[in-house]
Write a protein that binds this ligand. Structure first.
Ligand code: GRF
Length: 201
């Protein structure tokens, strides 16, 4: 059974979908802990499913490295096989990525490498593209720059605003995430094989 830690910042709807999938007896992964960088609303999903959670508040640290060190310490308590960034709105410090790579994956509401960064949905709308998408990637030390593990196109409608488009992307993100975690758990997807070397520091 693959053990998973999920890190969030927000509502945690993708987290919830993974918790629901993992509650199915034939799903080969279990969420063992949920972490957040703030008092995220999504922590309530962990509580509802009886999953332990922790918060490493970004504001309480003076540097990204110190915050990342504490995050790493918390993750070490649970020794997860896989770390899922699911709406974590912080860049992990390179030291933390190096420590856990290639076991960190991220979901993103755009068809990477198109529209990386914190505003993937807004940027796709602003660019006036006819389609965007959802991606699940392996995390490296760049911004949404890691190898793509799964992705799917989502059309942009003339009537779309950021909210409606994101609402149509999220179910696709969830489906991709649940499938990637399943494939990692069964060994069908080998993260070490998908990895590219990290930039030397
Ligand atoms: C997802 O679209 C994620 O990719 C993006 O923020 C959203 C998180 O939503 N970075 P939720 O917290 O899972 O509801």
């Amino acid at each position: 059974m693959l053990t998973v830690a999920v890190l969030i910042s927000g509502a945690g709807s993708n987290l919830r979908a993974l918790l629901e999938a993992a509650a199915e007896p034939d799903y080969p992964a279990r969420v063992v802990v949920v972490g957040a960088d703030r008092e995220a609303d999504g922590l309530a999903h962990a509580e509802e499913f009886g999953i332990p959670s922790f918060t490493v508040p970004w504001r309480e640290f003076t540097s990204r490295e110190e915050w990342g060190d504490e995050l790493g310490t918390q993750l070490d308590v649970w020794k997860p096989d896989l770390i899922v960034l699911s709406g974590l709105m912080r860049l992990l410090p390179p030291s933390l990525v190096a420590r856990f790579t290639p076991r960190i994956i991220n979901t993103h509401p755009a068809y990477l490498p198109e529209f990386p960064g914190a505003h993937g949905v807004r940027d796709a709308l602003a660019a006036g593209v006819a389609q965007t998408g959802a991606s699940v990637i392996l995390v490296d030390d760049g911004i949404d720059s890691g190898p793509v593990l799964a992705q799917e196109r989502v059309p942009v409608l003339d009537s779309d605003d950021e909210h409606t488009l994101h609402d149509r992307i999220k179910p696709v993100e969830r489906r991709l995430l649940i499938d990637v975690v399943r494939r990692v758990a069964t060994g069908e997807l080998e993260l070490a094989a998908a990895r590219r070397p990290l930039t030397p520091s």
